[in-house]
Write a protein that binds this ligand. Structure first.
Ligand code: ZN
Length: 310
């Protein structure tokens, strides 16, 4: 079913602002008892996030009552500080993520470690796995969804069979997963999370990125196949993560000088560590490999002596 039709399955008090790959989708749940927003996009897009919220499809001039997050990666919490400032609303994050945010662990949260910018925000409340919440006059179960992010939650409404999946399930895959040499639990957790999702009755999935979709079974099938390919060859996970992060970084920077890339992959923690652990390439080879691989799949292109997102 098309994404427009999928959006038709949503109750009227629910609106999804579909964003791009740099900013996660924003899910708005409206209620007279207070409006709730799930995920806030990327920091540099915070003005656009605020502008979308202020439209007629959003909440106009009314304030937000709560901002909640599926997980605390930069593209989901980047607008947190700006939104809390503008709306004066409290922020709730998954309970397992709260200590990382409180100590602003830029490595565990993949911020500076992956060359990602996030304006620091304060945690006002935590969402325990297994808790239930009434947002937008609907009851949402917060379900543990470890894998891509070990502290992540998904939110499930049984009445309408809606799943807000964050980066645990997209229409075509899921957010990158750490290889076993970095986190032995990540890939088994990814599989277990997909198995948990497969047991839910789902009519619409609202992913962290991409349009809402209705074919949860097909998406789960693809996701299981991806897990199997990672299980068969963990190096695939390393290459996938590096490529995904590089495209993400380039989306933010818009263009990067090709001549600067060897120093870049040597400076940014995740490339340096993954290269040292798994690939052992000279930095110039790693940079050239990234560019060649991403050019081949049409994710980036050369523009003179720069690379740009395609
Ligand atoms: Zn994520």
């Amino acid at each position: 079913m098309s994404s427009a039709a999928a959006a038709g399955f949503l109750p009227p008090q629910m609106h999804v602002f579909v964003r791009d790959w740099l900013s996660s989708n924003n899910v708005l749940l409206k209620s007279r008892d207070g409006h709730v927003l799930i995920d806030s996009g990327y920091t540099t897009h915070a003005p656009l996030t605020l502008a979308l919220l202020a439209t007629d499809r959003g909440i106009g001039r009314e304030p937000l009552a709560w901002l909640v997050n599926t997980h605390c990666h930069s593209d989901h919490v980047g607008g947190n500080a700006a939104i809390a400032r503008h709306h004066g609303c409290p922020i709730a994050v998954p309970e397992a993520e709260a200590p990382l945010v409180e100590r602003w662990d830029g490595k565990a949260l993949l911020y500076d470690y992956c060359d990602q910018q996030v304006e620091r925000f304060a945690v006002d409340s935590v969402l325990p796995a297994g808790s239930t919440h009434v947002w937008g006059d609907l009851e949402w179960a917060a379900l543990a969804a470890p894998g891509h992010d070990m502290g992540a939650l998904v939110f499930y409404n049984a009445e309408h069979r809606i799943l807000v999946s964050g980066d645990a399930l997209w229409e075509h895959g899921f957010g990158f997963v750490m290889p076993p040499q970095i986190d032995i639990a990540a890939l088994p957790a990814t599989r277990a999370t997909l198995e948990m999702l497969a047991r839910l009755r789902i009519r619409v999935v609202i992913p962290g990125h991409g349009e809402p979709f209705t074919d949860a079974a097909v998406a789960l099938d693809r996701a299981f196949r991806r897990v199997a390919s990672f299980e068969a060859d963990p190096l695939r996970m390393v290459r996938y993560a590096m490529k995904a992060l590089f495209v993400f970084g380039l989306l933010e920077r818009r263009r990067m000088a090709i001549a600067d890339l060897p120093a870049y992959v040597d400076r940014i923690g995740i490339y340096r560590d993954f290269n040292a652990l798994f690939l052992q390439m000279p930095a110039a080879h790693l940079a050239a490999w990234l560019v060649a691989e991403l050019e081949k799949v049409g994710a980036i292109r050369r523009d003179g002596d720069h690379v740009v997102p395609d």
